[in-house]
Unconditional design. Sequence first.
Length: 237
Amino acid sequence: MMRYFRWIGSAAALGLAMTMTGCFSWYDYNSAQNYGSKRDMPRQDTSRAYQTQQQYSPVSHKVTKLEMNQHLSDQVAAMDGVSSAIVMMGDNTAYVAITMDSTASGTRGGEGKGTETNNYGLVKGLYSTYGDQSDYAPSDQLISGGSGGETEMHHEHLSHLFKQKIAEKIRLNQPTVHDVYISANRIVVNSFNRMAQDSWSGRSLEPYRAQFTEMMDRTFGTDVTVPNQAEGNGREY
């Protein structure tokens, strides 16, 4: 009898362990804290939610109306792994500029897993227009040589699942969005920040429209990309 109860106890413990392992495994690989797991096949096999049109045909970044969307910006900024977010709406297309932090893993993928810059100022002067190694930055810059969140020069170096969940968050909150483009490029982030400051002040973003189109053309390209975005043709700064 003692042996029977011991077996029942062992079996129950094993079942509980398997249940807990299953739960934690599902949580680990589908949670916001891990955007890079290759074991998350069901989620990664769903239709791509970002740069969708560019998978099949050339695109145009010309917009007739440009405005900041504060609600979508707040929603993306609240995600794990995101330090700041500014969402610009070009007609019905969402353009997202983010900086990153260490609150999630797997935000980078492919070959570009290194850090472009971070709040320790590891690459001071890289983008400065005031001379190499200059610590000076205009007050409207969100990211300077010695301050701000982490950035990534090439959007292709952000992991697929990270971009996927950002795009899903945007589409969930605004179903009328036709497409989503996501960048963590430092120049894009600072440019979006300048536009956001004008928007917060109640000024129209119309004067930025031509400059915005040119920047998005350089950042994401207009030609057809590889479907999995492993090696896109966007020509980021």
